[in-house]
Design a protein around this ligand. Sequence first.
Ligand code: ADP
Ligand code: ZN
Length: 623
Amino acid sequence: MSIASILQEIFGYASFRGPQQDIISHVVAGGDALVLMPTGGGKSLCYQIPAIARKEAGLGITVVVSPLIALMHDQVAALHEAGVSAAFLNSTLSSDEAYATEQRLLRGEITLLYAAPERVTTPRFLAQLDALFERGQLALFAIDEAHCVSQWGHDFRPEYRALTVLHERYAGVPRMALTATADALTRADIVERLQLEAAAQFVSSFDRPNIRYTIVEKKDASTQLLRFIEREHPGEAGVVYCQSRKRVEEIATMLAQTGIQALPYHAGLDFKVRQANQNQFLRSEGVVMVATIAFGMGIDKPDVRFVAHLDMPKNIEGYYQETGRAGRDGMAADAWMCYGLQDVVNQRRMIDESPAAEDFKQVMRGKLDALLGLAEATDCRRVRLLRYFGEESHDCHNCDNCLQPPEVWDATDAARKLLSTVYRLQQSSGVSFGAGHTMDIVRGKRTEKVVQRGHETVSTFGLGADYSESQLRAVMRQLIAVGALQVFTSEGFSTLHLTEASRAVLRGDVPVQLRESTHQRPEKRSRSRTAPAPVAANLGQDAMVRFINLKSWRSEVAKAHNLPAYVIFHDATLAAIAERAPRSLADLQNISGLGTRKLEAYGEAVLAVITGASEALAVAQAA
Ligand code: ADP
Ligand code: ZN
């Protein structure tokens, strides 16, 4: 079969997306490849189609290295649904099951084998690969989530380093590495660590046009979150990221109390509970998962409608990877973050107090600064995000700053007062103080500490009495964000220090223009013209009835097969069927997402649902 007919007949898609065709042709022909594509871009097909084509050509099996068990399970299930022979080897299998899979592997019955990196490099598994290799039955190695090999990526896994054995031991077997993380440093590291110097590089645009970016100032984070969900995403699936386990628990409880189906997920929970919560998130509709970053990698649920950050991530790569889990189906989705001064201080502290080497910390600080720059930006967020990944673009009309340009105020005076207070404190007492104390002095507050230390006599005392605390807090945060003020932490205390960049601000040479911190967002947003509406929004009344019936049928099938509903059919496929109102199997031809195998397996049942729905309608209309 040609790659186009594999796409059409097995996966049910009419055309390749972006660079898929070039990548697939290159790999089918035996080339090595490095594939950089954003989440939701369609990486899986880039190795699944070559695997099928090379198996057909008698070249044997494809080994897919993937770090996450949930992903393996769902991908294998989805391949089975499409009629492709696939299996996985990981710690969830009993030894009998693993043995049976190994036997099938050696008999050449498997097209795609998914395995965890630590499994791939065991002597036992390598011995099996040796046997296949000798018979010319190793078609391809696909290394998914390849950024895990890099310590500069956000999810370093040392096991990935051992994967060089594949290339050394099985010379001539094509290899491809795939990732959605691609700042220049990580990319170079992947090439070097996995020895892909000779591989063709395929870099897609990293833009996710259907995701709307919004970053708000943190006031009362949990209330802000609740409002956001109630207003923008009632009843929809989403992920809320928090920094600590404790916070995850609190937020999940708070949301659940207001009637939102929210579940917690963090590494401190019992394995069984975590597993159950994850399954519920994948299998039920409209669940909000409140989680630490332990959750999400390898979760390819397509209809996550929002990703919210209640605390700031470490860097833009992390932020982009996490927000990228929203809207994989291409429909409108939100990336919403709220952040404040404490986030900046906390992230700094984590870097300062980590046991890493100084040059490593320096890189981490640079990455944090880039994220702060994004958070404080008054111009298009997407332009900044994409520029970080080396891509130039124009105002997107689908981020908060584009949709409602923030007002700015001249904070030069406030900034100078803060900086000169830091300077004077340092001069007079030789010690540095934290943000709270410094602001108290500027605002002229006679706190116990101020009085005790005699800081009423600092010459800037009370000079900023006109500023509100939240204004000064914003100034402080933004001075830190632009590097005109530095935070150092030791033994749990954070102190402020001037930098090279402080001087120019102090002298008044550099005006400080800040976002208006009290800026109110509009109550209700309008959907952007560029972002597609939800899947079913355009269905007429009758089609909507069919769509709802199809969904409830799908949920029964999914339950019976113990699979997430989207593995059976995506919402978009059901919507297309509902719209077409098919009367025969022939009417079901060429619906996106409906391959030959699925047509055989489910075609009749789908027709029965449609007929049932129209009969019910007729009865209702007659009544
Ligand atoms: P990634 O791994 O890059 O995040 P996936 O491989 O999970 O992305 O693909 C995202 C979604 O896009 C999946 O639901 C997949 O079925 C769909 N998809 C991929 N390629 C195509 C295509 N050529 N036409 C239609 N849908 C596609
Ligand atoms: Zn924009």
